[in-house]
Design a protein around this ligand. Structure first.
Ligand SMILES: N[C@@H](CCC(=O)N[C@@H](CSC=O)C(=O)NCC(=O)O)C(=O)O
Length: 275
């Protein structure tokens, strides 16, 4: 693991790092915020999965999580959204390829060699974080935005023993049923839609996956809400499955980091109370 940058911020250190990933076959970058702590202390860890076009840096620069994370003693980890670099396939559109890994293990060419973001976030990166940072891996939460909200919900539903808390900002709740998701899942996983269900929060719940509860914030002025995000589908399936869902529709807010940073404290407190 190599340090890209390290900066003191509030009562803690914001770092950015890169490492050679075996799973993606590329160098991968990620950000970690570590609050000040006593020697030997281990803190709960909160994973933030970012959206389309993001690197590890978007939430680090615009998410405004550090003041409260340091007060609450939460380590915040923000991975990149895909493998990148020479030799890694890409697409000219912003919603496929580099910056748009969709948190899946791709099975289709040309993506399968590198686009293994599910295994990267579920297996390889947690092992590195556990080894290198002062974290208590028995206290992990996950949240994310848009494509990253989809990643957070699906990872939580597939790994209820690993994550104690899960929340999302404007998540894609049913990628099998929206243009962003249909395009990405089709290209990464092929056209057998049965395979997509493992990567679709609503389908996972329909198929029996459970999580204790979810918090979702959604901007009511988000241009992507009707066509891509469809929060009502999550509300309906959670109601049917008796999964408590707090869904806050926020008047006037769009899809941006202005929205995310406004409600960041609410999410951090919600996770801290459960970790
Ligand atoms: N460029 C696209 C929209 C891209 C976009 O809005 N990306 C969001 C996440 S959307 C879902 O995953 C984002 O977080 N962007 C980075 C940022 O710093 O804001 C378009 O023009 O439509």
């Amino acid at each position: 693991m190599e340090s890209i940058s390290s900066s003191r911020s509030f009562a803690g250190i914001q770092g950015a790092y890169s490492h050679a990933s075996t799973v993606t076959g590329t160098d991968m970058s990620f950000a970690v915020y570590v609050p000040d702590h006593e020697a030997g202390a281990k803190m709960p860890v909160l994973w933030f999965l970012s959206g389309l076009t993001c690197t590890h840096a978007n939430v680090m620069e615009k998410g405004e999580y550090r003041r409260l994370a340091s007060e609450l003693g939460l380590v915040v980890v923000a991975p990149d959204t895909s493998p990148r670099g020479e030799g890694v396939p890409d697409d000219s559109s912003y919603d496929l390829g580099q910056g748009a890994g969709f948190y899946v293990d791709a099975t289709e060419e040309p993506w399968a060699d590198h686009f293994q973001m599910r295994s990267y976030i579920e297996e390889e990166l947690p092992a590195l974080i556990a080894e290198q940072f002062p974290v208590d891996m028995s206290r992990q939460g996950i949240f994310g935005h848009s494509m990253g909200g989809h990643g957070a919900l699906t990872m939580a539903l597939r790994n209820p023993d690993r994550f104690k808390s899960a929340s999302a900002f404007a998540p894609i709740v049913a990628p099998s049923d929206c243009p962003w998701g249909k395009k990405a899942l089709g290209r990464y996983l092929g056209e057998n839609k049965a395979v997509w269900r493992d990567y679709d929060a609503c389908a996972l719940i329909e198929d029996g996956a459970r999580f204790p509860e979810f918090l979702v914030d959604q901007g009511a002025a988000d241009n992507f809400m009707e066509e891509q995000l469809k929060p009502h589908l999550l509300a309906e399936i959670c109601e049917k499955a008796s999964i408590p869902l707090t869904l806050n529709l926020r008047d006037g807010f769009d899809h941006s980091y202005y929205f995310i940073s406004t409600f960041m404290d609410d999410h951090l407190r919600w996770h801290a109370a459960r970790l």
